[in-house]
Design a protein around this ligand. Structure first.
Ligand code: SF4
Ligand code: SF4
Length: 91
C-alpha cells in the first residue's frame, strides 16, 4: 500500500502505521558470523544463508515473531519497533 492509499483508507490507525514503517528484521552483515542459528530458529523459513551470511530470503513469510533477534549470539539482528496506536474510543 502506498502513502496515498494509506492516507485515504478507512482502515485502523494500526494498519496505517504498518504501511509507513519497515518492521522486517534487519541483519547487520558486518556482525553476522554465519552461525546459522537464526535460519534454524525461524519458524516461517523466511531466512537463508549465502556466502556465510544470513539474509531475509522470503520477506513475505516473516511473521515478526522475533525468534531470530532473540537467538542471534552476535546481536546482528534487529526488528524495528512497531508503533501501535489504538483506534480512538467513542465518547
Ligand atoms: S544468528 Fe546472527 S550470527 Fe548467526 S547466522 Fe543469524 S544473523 Fe548471523
Ligand atoms: S522475525 Fe520470526 S519469522 Fe521473521 S525472519 Fe525472524 S524468526 Fe523468521
Amino acid at each position: 500500500m502506498d502513502m496515498m492509499a494509506a492516507s485515504t483508507t478507512s482502515r485502523s490507525s494500526v494498519q496505517v502505521v504498518m504501511a509507513m514503517v519497515n518492521p522486517l528484521p534487519q541483519i547487520d552483515q558486518n556482525l553476522c558470523t554465519g552461525c546459522h542459528a537464526c535460519v534454524d530458529a525461524c519458524p516461517a523459513q523466511a531466512l537463508a544463508q549465502k556466502d556465510g551470511k544470513a539474509f531475509l530470503q522470503h520477506p513475505l513469510l516473516c511473521t515478526y515473531c522475533t525468534a531470530c533477534e532473540d537467538i542471534c549470539p552476535e546481536g546482528a539482528i534487529a526488528l524495528p519497533f512497531l508503533i501501535v496506536m489504538a483506534p480512538r474510543m467513542a465518547h
